[in-house]
Design a protein around this ligand. Structure first.
Ligand SMILES: Cc1cc2nc3c(=O)[nH]c(=O)nc-3n(C[C@H](O)[C@H](O)[C@H](O)COP(=O)(O)O)c2cc1C
Length: 125
């Protein structure tokens, strides 16, 4: 197995996190990997937002928990929340956004960082 396939096989969704902040350079690497995801017609419409400010992160957690009707943290205590916005006017927006997500989850795993896709945060309009 080469390193890429090994990383792909070993990535797991992590549901418990240390509260220590992730170093900026590692966050940047993860974000960069997201920007290299392929997209339909190369539209590159997804927008990636990294939330590292604890106040904002906690507010988002509370809003998401409220939508779910629970009082637990949907982000499992992770200090960084990365939001991927996908443009609904682009026909391939779901695939484009999903590929960004997978690129970032694999990049995180390769850097020794845990990650988990949190679907409930999706805004329903
Ligand atoms: C589209 C999608 C939505 C998901 N939503 C959530 C979620 O809201 N909360 C959560 O804890 N895990 C979520 N997950 C993570 C899955 O539970 C996880 O990928 C699955 O159990 C397989 O585990 P693995 O990623 O370690 O292989 C989601 C995964 C995907 C692909």
């Amino acid at each position: 197995m080469n390193e890429v396939i090994k990383n792909l096989v070993e990535r797991r969704s992590i549901k418990k996190y240390k509260s220590d902040m992730v170093p900026d350079d590692l966050i940047d690497e993860v974000l960069k990997a997201g920007t290299y995801a392929p997209s339909g017609m190369n539209r590159q419409s997804p927008i990636i937002i990294a939330i590292t400010n604890k106040e904002v992160r906690d507010k988002l957690s509370k809003l998401n928990a409220k939508i779910m009707g629970v009082d637990t943290d949907p982000f499992y205590g992770a200090p960084v929340v990365i939001v991927v916005l996908a443009d609904k006017t682009v026909p391939t927006y779901i695939y484009d956004g999903s590929l960004v997500m997978e690129n970032m989850m694999l990049a995180a795993s390769s850097l020794g960082l845990g990650s988990c896709w949190i679907h409930r945060a999706k805004r329903r309009v």
